[in-house]
Ligand binder design. Structure first.
Ligand SMILES: Nc1ncnc2c1ncn2[C@@H]1O[C@H](COP(=O)(O)OP(=O)(O)OP(=O)(O)O)[C@@H](O)[C@H]1O
Ligand SMILES: [Mg+2]
Length: 485
């Protein structure tokens, strides 16, 4: 965070500074409720900006958001006890001096915007796509931080809250601000780009994630295109040349377009891709600066597409080809439950990829399972892919069929809406031996406990569902010992 006095935050947000009111005094009402306009109280905010009081630290500004279930104003005291020195609120509060505004979200965004403007040298990079935003953001962070101080979203904090939280972490010496940008509707990415205008925009792919909300893939494409529309003429649009909806976005940006992918049309290209028996990909990175061999430390061929996008960004900001290739090869997974590969002492391999799922990432994960599990017994423990709208049943059936075609030995479909995965396997002639439907995670756990044998490989994957993530963790004894050799 770039340190600011509370009075400066008030100026930026159009709010007014109020001292902490008496605990017994008025703490309800609008921004005009009693609170002492004060010249004297002006703490320095130099700790993290937080929306979760439990994450407050010394010098923090606590943003009191009002959500559907909870009113953040109730946690001001908790934030203070963690070290917060001030709050951004919509009414005066006890326990902390605050800046009181009409609209906390709008004020939060204004603050983030003002902070990024105070470091004009930071290059802002936006990343969007249906699958792989967090993985690509992590990979880009791993590469760029070798070249300059880099701030990127924690985990998958990619929303109207997560993006300003990330932007507020900028410091006077930040060189790169990497922003994963999520979208659940038209205008969402546009909103995020106004918080911090990207100079470089990466669009990874347009699949069917959230198609239930958008209506069609084309509509998803329009929503993702908001990122490249926001780029300036001096900027760069890094577009997946292998995805027709993404490459068509070239016509919607003023920025210089860098096509990336496996296509011959790509300016930053992956050729001669090989996958080793552990499921990790190697490829030759071909650019106009020459070519270099890259051996990824991440599991799954799908990371190749993400890696060429990262390479394009790193080259644009001035890294050398060799440094990029080395950095890509040395990067390891940073965010949990994405292709985490664990080797158990008894020889069972668990692949916990249960952070989320959509048809594309399911396909990618099943292919990796088939590679890692070549000549071994393989299990696909699959939960529901949510938000697929009317195509949901067909997509789940297709998943079951794909598992059969990839020679997965055993399919375990977990939960109410996964019956079509099971029936998909039956359509391809499985007689019930290879596929089992279970009601819930506990039943899946029991089944696996009974039947897993040394040498088996188990993929665990579903849409956001804590249950399957913990199933994966439980199967590796609740410890996460990522295999990095
Ligand atoms: N290019 C890709 N194509 C298909 N699947 C991918 C790709 N990159 C990553 N994945 C897989 O997609 C899943 C989600 O990855 P990740 O969390 O990076 O995506 P995301 O776009 O950030 O998702 P969210 O919308 O939930 O933020 C993981 O299983 C990951 O292995
Ligand atoms: Mg994400």
């Amino acid at each position: 965070m770039i340190p600011l006095r509370l009075s400066e935050i008030a100026r930026i947000t159009g709010g007014r500074v109020c001292d902490a009111i008496d605990a017994g005094g008025p703490d309800a009402g609008g921004p005009d409720a009693a609170g002492v306009d004060t010249a004297g109280v002006d703490p320095l905010v130099d700790g993290p900006v937080v929306t979760d009081s439990r994450e407050a630290a010394d010098g923090s500004l606590y943003i009191a958001r009002v959500g559907e279930d909870l009113d953040g104003h109730q946690f001001v005291a908790a934030a203070r006890s963690q070290g917060a020195v001030a709050a951004l609120t919509s009414r005066p509060v006890a326990d902390l001096p605050s800046v009181v505004v009409q609209d906390v979200q709008a004020a939060f965004v204004s603050l983030a915007h003002a902070l990024v403007e105070r470091n004009a040298k930071a290059v802002v990079i936006g990343i969007t796509g249906s699958s792989g935003k967090t993985g690509t953001k992590d990979l880009l962070w791993s590469v760029l931080q070798r070249h300059g101080e880099t701030v990127a979203n924690v985990g998958s904090l990619n929303s109207e809250v997560g993006v300003p939280l990330t932007v507020c972490r900028i410091t006077p010496t930040t060189a790169y601000l990497v922003l994963e940008m999520g979208s659940r509707g038209m205008g969402h990415i546009d909103y995020l780009t106004q918080i911090a205008q990207p100079q470089i925009g990466v669009v990874l792919n347009v699949g069917t994630a959230h198609v239930g909300e958008f209506g069609s893939r084309e509509a998803i494409g329009m929503a993702k295109a908001e990122l490249v529309q926001a780029l300036p003429a001096t900027g760069f649009a890094v577009l997946n040349a292998d995805d027709p909806i993404v490459s068509a976005m070239a016509g919607q940006t003023r920025a210089h377009v860098i096509p990336v992918g496996e296509s011959a049309l790509a300016a930053v290209r992956a050729v001669d891709i090989t996958i080793d028996p552990t499921g990790r990909a190697s490829f030759t990175l071909v650019t106009d600066q020459g070519s270099a061999r890259v051996a990824l430390g991440l599991y799954g061929e799908h990371h190749v597409g993400n890696a060429v996008a990262v390479a394009a960004v790193a080259l644009v900001v001035g890294m050398t080809l060799q440094d990029v290739a080395t950095a890509l090869g040395e990067a390891r997974p940073l965010s949990r439950w994405r292709m985490e590969v664990h080797e158990r002492a008894d020889g069972v391999t668990i692949i916990n990829d249960a952070y989320n799922a959509n048809p594309n990432s399911m396909r990618a994960a099943l292919k990796t399972l088939a590679i890692i599990g070549k000549d071994r017994r393989t299990w696909a423990v699959l939960g529901e892919m949510r938000e697929l709208g009317p195509g949901s049943i067909t997509e789940h059936e297709a998943l079951g069929r794909l598992a059969v075609r990839l020679n997965v030995s055993r399919v375990v479909a977990v939960g109410e809406r996964t019956q079509p995965i099971h029936s998909g396997t039956q359509r391809l002639g499985w007689n019930g031996e290879g596929s089992t439907w279970v009601q819930d995670v506990d039943a899946a756990y029991e089944l696996l406990q009974q039947e897993l044998r040394p040498g088996d490989v188990v993929l665990i994957k579903s849409s956001h569902d804590a249950g399957l993530r913990w199933l994966g963790d439980r199967l590796v004894d609740d410890t996460w010992s990522e295999v990095s050799s």
